[in-house]
Every structure is written in C-alpha cells, then in structure tokens.
Design a protein around this ligand. Structure first.
Ligand code: F6P
Length: 540
C-alpha cells in the first residue's frame, strides 16, 4: 500500500494559497454576518471561528475532504468498539466510559456493564470518604488523598481537580505526584499524616517506573505508621494489571479496573478520576461524564460544517498542511483552566505525533503540531510578543468562561476585555500609517504589527463539571478527526518506548556501579556523562 492523498487535497492547497494572502478584515467587510455565520453552539459551548483564513469555499472543500476520508464511518467504528487502534489490536472506547444508558443493551453491553460496576466502586469509595465513614488505622476520617500516576494517569485528573476547585465542599485535599524526582514526593510526604491519608496508585500498566518508584516510597512511608493488617484502609489502585497491584500489596477489593480499550490520555473518564469524585462528589463526576457525552452525541450526529470537533480539526489541518504553521496555542482566560494546555498537549502530541500511516507508509505530510499554552492574561506579559510579531505564525484557541466563580466583577471584566482584545489585535494588526507621524521611522517600523493572525474563541457560560466535560471531549474528537485526515493511528504511542528501554540499561549501570564502557549499547557521549555521575557519587 502506498499513501494516497485525497482528491480534495490539491484544490485545498491551491485555495489555501489564496486564503493565506486574504485579509480577514476584508472577509468581515464583505460579509456583515460573518461573525454569526462562522460561529456554532454545541453541548453548552460556543465556537467563534470567524477570525480564521476560511470562507464558504474553504468549508465546502473541507467537507469534501471529510467525505473522502470517510470520517462518518470512522466515527461509528470508534464508538462501536471496532479495533481502531490497529497497531495494538485494540478498540478505543473512552466514549463508552461516559455513554448514556442506551449503551446497556447495545453490542457493547458487556463492556458497559463493567464500566457501570467500576463507577459503582468509585461511588462507594467516594461517598464513604466524603461522609467521614472511611476511617484510617487510628479511627480518624480520611482527609487527604495522595494520587500517584504519570502521563494520562495524572494529567487529566490533576487538570480537572484544578478546574473544579470552586466546587470543593468536603474538606478533602488532594496531592498529585507524577515525577520520579524525589523532591516532590519528599515534600508532600513530609506534610501528610499517614493516619488521615488515602494513597491512590494509578497506572494502567502498573509497570511505569515513575509510578512504581513513587508508590514504593509511599508504601515505605505508610509502613512507618500503618500496621500491615490495616494497610487496605490507606491504599487503593486503579489499573488493568490486577496481578501486579495485588503483588504490590493492594487489597483485592481496593483495585479498580482500567481496560486495554482505554488509552491513558483518554482515561480521565474512568476510576482514574477517583480523587475528583472524592473531592467534589460522585454527582459532579457524573456531570463531567454527562457533559462529555453531550459532546459525543453532537460529534456523532451533527453534519458538516455544523460539527464543532470537525471544524476545529479541519481548521487546524488548513494551517498545519497548507500554511506551514506548526505551533498551536491553547490560551484559557481562566485561572482554573491553567492546566488544560498540559492535558491537551499530551492528548494531541502523544496521539498525533506520528509519521507512519495506519497502513505502515511514511506519511508525506506534516502531522500533529506543537501544542502549548498558558493562562491569560499572564501570557500577554510573557510570550504574546511572539504571537503578535514573531516570524512564525501560531494558531490559537482562546477559551473564555463568561461567568466567574468569584464576585470580583472588575477583575473579570478586565479578564474578558483582555481576551477579546488579544484576538482582535492578532487579526487587525497595526499598519505604519496608523501610527503617529511624529514617531521616527525606526520606531514605526518596530511598532507595526502584521495582523491577519488566526484564532478560534471557545466560550462557555461558566466552568462547570458539564462544560468542562464537553470541552475536553471536544478536543479528543478534534484529535481523532485530524488523525483520520492524516491516516494515522492516534491511539498508540510507540515513540515513547525506546527512551524507557535505554533508561533501564543506564539505571542498571548506575545501580551495579559497573563501568559505562561495558554498556556497549550506550554512545560515547552518554557513557562519559554517566561516568561524571558515577564519579560524583564516589566522591560525595
Ligand atoms: O508516556 C507513555 C505512557 O504510556 C502514557 O501513554 C501513559 O498515560 C503513561 O505512560 C502512564 O502509563 P501507566 O498508566 O501505564 O502508568
């Protein structure tokens, strides 16, 4: 098989070349209804995509592209449990984790029942802890959660916890430790009291080094104060490797499942988010799932171009493939969403950072962009300079909740004003002629801003469990659509394996204190750096 470009690719390329030199301000001037026409509501979110280099013909061509990629059948295959993750021969059923009751009698009834049973465990544990009925070894209620996990077993719940912080109501504190860097767990364990802490170890594989090492340190710490017979009061695991969790000493009734058909970066909808249910209540966790389910429903049923994930994805492809923009920023104007860029970074870059197609061909196209970002307005005083005047374009998603969770209206009005002014400034720029003639030519040259820089704005009434669920699901489906266009598998991550393997060799050399030169798989630079570390250890 060789990689075949869809027939609409060349027309899209030609059209995009024209659009790249089209002024967005002219597009608005030519169509007074553009702002409304290039906006869409779905699942409690509004997407304004009018500040993009797109017109009606662009949308028509993108519609053809999706038809050629058979996106509709791809979506149904994913939702119906077809093994769309072909390199691992697995389904990708994160949508089943939040599926409505109708799924109980469908072809995935067995998996649905397992999901519901797992949710019942989440409910049982979270309600007991919140009610002060889950008592630790000294009879005190649990008040602290220590979540250990990394990557998808960390970023999602950590981000959701931050996003929902306004809803905290049970006096429960959660700490999340991901990095194997001992500084973090050291700092956290010094603060916590074993008697009131529940450790939740989250690892789909139960083999990830960082989580294994942190879990062992937490286990040693528990042992100092918790008798073995009462260890089950302080340790829970979420994993698909039940045997390894049991071997580690987790009581069978405290092991909650993960499934091979849910990728780590899509797993926050499962028991991986047990800390969320504990801290915010099971009903709020269910509301998060329901918000995502409503985006699923929209994604599955809305026709092009009234389909929000399809729009976000297609616009991203335009910039990535036809305008050579390799950087995409997520800029939430909301302090509680400040960890969203990190979650979406893993979601997108681990999914679509690929260069081989599902059929095994080298992809002759640019695939996933660099995803990054940060909270507004802080970024305006840091990296926005490059967004406005840098030599390379970055496409941007501004995310704006209309209603804050605080009463400081003046703050919020300024926040909103800044968000809207940034997308406006990026689009309209500033010509030399608009600058006062009293300024020197040199100064005017520096103050000129090119403008015509694109952005989306995603608006929600407020950050609630439901709107957050919809927002995260929106990006999951965006990633899926782009993968379909590029013909890649978004559900595997083979690229992270080699580094893991090499670290085992290096760790063994350190641990056995053997000569780096004997580790013939290591290159001379790595051998020398390793010697530096060994020599340092010998002399310290
Ligand atoms: O970084 C690779 C990765 O496999 C991610 O995909 C995953 O989310 C993370 O490691 C953690 O894996 P696990 O849940 O198995 O510990």
């Amino acid at each position: 098989m060789t990689y075949t470009l869809p027939a609409s690719w060349q027309p899209l390329k030609a059209h995009s070349a024209t659009m790249a030199s089209t002024s967005m301000l002219d597009l608005f001037a030519d169509n007074p209804d553009r702002a409304a026409e290039f906006s869409l509501d779905a699942a409690g979110l509004t997407l304004d995509y009018s500040k993009n280099l797109v017109d009606a013909r662009t949308l028509a061509l993108l519609g053809q592209l999706y038809a050629e990629c058979q996106l509709g059948s791809g979506i149904e295959a994913m939702f119906n449990g077809v093994r769309v993750n072909n390199t691992e021969d697995r389904a990708a059923l994160h949508t089943l984790l939040r599926a409505p009751k109708a799924a109980a009698t469908g072809p995935l009834a067995k998996e649905y029942a397992e999901v519901q049973a797992s949710l019942q465990s989440v409910k049982r544990i979270s309600e007991a802890v919140r009610a002060g009925q889950w008592l630790g070894c000294t009879g005190k209620p649990i008040t602290h959660i220590l979540h250990l996990g990394i990557g998808g077993s960390y970023l999602g719940p950590r981000m959701v916890d931050e996003a929902l912080s306004a809803y905290a109501d049970a006096g429960i504190h959660c700490d999340y430790v991901a990095n194997v860097d001992g500084q973090h767990i050291d700092q956290v364990l010094k603060r916590l009291d074993q008697a009131t802490t529940l450790v939740i170890i989250v690892s789909k594989s139960f083999a990830t080094v960082e989580t294994r090492v942190n879990a062992q340190s937490a286990q040693d710490w528990l042992q100092q104060a918790v008798p073995l017979a009462q260890r089950h009061l302080h340790a829970v695991a979420v994993t698909s490797n039940v045997a390894a969790a049991k071997d580690f000493g987790i009581a069978a009734e405290n092991i909650l499942p993960m499934w091979d058909w849910v990728g780590g970066r899509y797993s926050l909808w499962s028991a991986v988010s047990l800390p969320i249910a504990i801290k915010y209540g099971f009903a709020r966790f269910e509301a998060l799932l329901a918000g995502a389910a409503s985006m699923d429903e929209h994604f599955r049923s809305a026709a092009w171009p009234n389909n929000m994930p399809m729009l976000l994805a297609a616009i991203g492809v335009l910039y990535r493939n036809f305008m050579n923009i390799g950087s995409h920023a997520i800029l939430p104007y909301d302090h509680s969403l400040r960890l969203l860029p990190a979650h979406l970074q893993q979601l997108d870059m681990e999914s679509n950072g690929k260069s081989v197609s599902t059929a095994g061909d080298l992809v002759p196209l640019q695939t996933g962009p660099i995803i990054w970002g940060g909270e507004g307005t802080n970024g305006q005083h840091a990296f926005h300079q490059l967004l406005h005047q840098g030599s390379r374009f970055t496409s941007i998603d501004f995310i704006l909740p209309l209603q804050p969770h605080h009463q400081r209206q003046e703050h919020h009005n300024w926040l909103v004003a800044n968000c809207l002014s940034q997308s406006q400034a990026l689009m309209q720029g500033r010509s030399r002629e608009q600058l006062p003639e009293t300024l020197s030519d040199l100064r005017r040259a520096h103050m000129e801003m090119p403008g015509n820089r694109p952005s989306n704005t995603i608006v929600m009434a407020q950050v609630t469990p439901a709107s957050l669920g919809a927002l995260i699901a929106l990006y999951e489906h965006k990633v899926f659509c782009q993968a379909r266009i590029w013909q890649i598998n978004p559900f595997d991550q083979w690229g992270v394996e080699l580094g893991k393997q090499l670290s085992e060799t290096i760790y063994a050399t350190i641990n056995e204190n053997s000569a780096p030169s004997q580790a013939t798989s290591l290159d001379p630079s790595t051998q020398r750096l390793l010697s530096l570390y060994q020599n340092h250890n010998r002399s310290s």
